[in-house]
Design a protein around this ligand. Sequence first.
Ligand code: RAM
Length: 490
Amino acid sequence: MNWDSGYFLEKGKKLYPEFHETVCRPLPETEPDKELWMRCGSSFTLDFGTHLVGYVTLKVACDHAPDSPLQAVFEFAEDRCEFDPAPYKGGLSSSWIQRETVFSDNALEPLSLPRRYAFRYLRITFPANTAYQVRYVSCEARAVTSADMSAVAPLPEGTSEAVRKIDEIAIRTLKNCMQSVFEDGPKRDRRLWLGDLYLQAKANYLTFKNTDLVKRCLYLFAGIPHENGCLSSAIFQEPILMNQSWILHDYALFFAGCLKDLYEFEGDREVVRELWPVAFRQAEIASEAVNEKGLVDPAYYFVDWCAPLDKTAAAQGIAVAMLKDTLFLAKVAGDAKAQAYLEAQIERLSGALMSLYDRERKLFAAPGGQISVQSQMWGILAGVLDETEVKDTLTALGKLTAADGLVDTVTPYAKHYYVDALLKGGFRKEAEKLIMDYWGGMAEKGADCFWEVYVPDQPDLSPYGDKRINSFCHAWSCTPTYFIRKYGIK
Ligand code: RAM
């Protein structure tokens, strides 16, 4: 590893953002009657009208001087499904569930919860058989974000209501994930993931334009790599700043994609010069990990939360696409030696990718023959097909359904790349329809923010074994605003 990670870490830390705060109140019709006296399990559910991320304060009044502590249970929900009382059966830690039992020694004082929550709904229960009773006075949330709403340009006149709605939800998703870093989800994992950052940054350039936050995240990644220089797939900020052990080469390679996008948006050559060794190292690691056929090891690639997916072709496509972005950076950095190395790797990996292309069917197939949306979109984004082949592939894909054994995407993250491939292939109508059907489908189902996982005919799907632990405001789902604004979708 030939860079000073301590220096990068310091740089990342110094770019800590400013926060914007808004006071939010529940919809009055969901507040309890202010004359209603409560205790012994009384409860009520507040609806704040939309999703927010922040800190809550509750005020109650007592019917006479309190002679014992006040006990209140707070249950926060991004989506009402989180209120389902069935025992939790998910694989991720149940401590992510936003439930808090609070005791206050002075019921006359406002009760301010110290932790940050992501929610729209809040159920409050007073379980204790106190001698005194309480009545609701007010509940306020101090919503926080590092996104500056005033930086967002209005959509052009003539934009349809449906597109406006999707754009608004996408922007709220991004805004609520923008905290001291670009978090993946403000409920869970509250972590900086490189794959999520790559997409968030794209949407950010067309909305909030907060380039410092992107730089902060890139420098933090560069500041805590694994020993061999491979970047961490994710970074925890709390309780201690550290990297995540899960090695993902696609995420590590997105560092180059993200740096390229930043450079194209802002033109800051100095950042590229500084971070170039980090980007190049990821390309080296991915290239060194290929087999004798020139294929990457799909076990090191995330691609999508899709259990039946054979990731071979998609992973290969990602590697080629990102090696090309790294080559772009090599030119900006003026590193001729790296340039030659990358050109050779791109040729080798592209050849291996083309070995998975069935020229008769015009489709990429995994070694066992599996055809997936993921393989086609990444095969196309790798830029190894000519214009006619891209069109033929997208046409062939458009004719396939699950009945033909087609494996489809599971997350809005993966769907993003399908839309991108359609747009790059000139299938604008199909891309727009996909945005309207897929993200519009979530909007129709009442989403305030876009969800981590969405498969229209499997509403209870969860990669973690319990839908309630899914994130309902998830960074990687925010990209419709990018497509709408970049392509002028109306
Ligand atoms: C999940 C999170 C995150 C994603 C990783 C791979 O834990 O949803 O957003 O990047 O998976």
